[in-house]
Design a protein around this ligand. Structure first.
Ligand code: 5GP
Length: 220
């Protein structure tokens, strides 16, 4: 059955079904708390799953291969990208970052909301490839609050902190490409906003129709 042949609201069981899976992009300046925000969303909503993305940057202390990222050599990364196994990619801080296709598409096909913590260039590529994606931009309550947070984190020199803030301001110029903005003044409240966005998006009629239309479809 396709969308055109759906009865116009007459059969209730058509609309009680779950909607199609969709990518949820979360971007925002470095230090705004995207990782904690996404962790909290995953705990609040069992229908969401994190996309493990790939990078060529060195592993930081405490990071785990296959959990934090897939850590690839530049050669391997470019090979995968050239084979079309990465759905978006971007150069950031002298390293490559990208989202592997297979896991993302498997999770979308299973009807999940797949959460991608990625930067702006990648977000734009996701929007082009998956028009049904939802793009959320997370901002701090103020630039001063972001600076305080980065200072407290203690992982950067004062110069590096200023560089992150400059970059954050540049990224914010792209905010019009996004669908929603959330303010991370309080983690619990902000994660609640994100969870509310996901819940509302799931109940969109076009996603429920979309599930029927995309059943068995290959996007490549
Ligand atoms: P970090 O090196 O601090 O973990 O991440 C640096 C930036 O890269 C963050 O803004 C993060 O959201 C972004 N990022 C992480 N994975 C990907 C990815 O697969 N694609 C893109 N485009 N950006 C990513």
């Amino acid at each position: 059955m396709n969308a055109e042949s759906l009865p116009p609201g007459g059969r209730i069981e058509v609309w009680t079904e779950a909607g199609a899976g969709f990518p949820l992009v979360v971007s925002g300046p470095s230090g705004v708390g995207k990782t904690s925000l996404v962790d909290r969303l995953l705990a609040l909503d069992r229908g969401t799953v994190r996309a493990i993305t790939a990078t060529t940057r060195p592993k930081r202390e405490g990071e785990i291969e296959g959990e934090s990222y897939h850590f690839f050599s530049e050669e391997r990364f470019l090979q995968l990208r050239d084979r079309g196994e990465v759905v978006e990619s971007a150069r950031y801080n002298d390293a490559w970052y990208g989202t592997p296709r297979a896991d993302l598409e498997r999770n979308l096909a299973a009807g999940r909301c797949v959460v991608l913590n990625i930067e702006v260039q990648g977000a734009v590529q996701i929007r082009t490839r998956y028009p049904e994606a939802v793009l959320v931009f997370a901002i701090p309550p103020s630039w001063e609050a972001l600076r305080d947070r980065l200072v407290r984190r203690g992982t950067d020199t004062p110069e590096a902190i200023e560089a992150r803030i400059r970059r954050g301001r540049e990224e914010m110029e792209e905010i019009d490409r996004y669908d929603y903005v959330v303010v991370n003044d309080d983690l619990e409240r902000c994660a609640g906003d994100l969870a509310a966005i996901v819940r509302a998006e799931r109940r969109r009629l076009d996603r429920i129709r979309g599930r029927r239309k995309s059943d068995g479809e290959d996007r490549r």
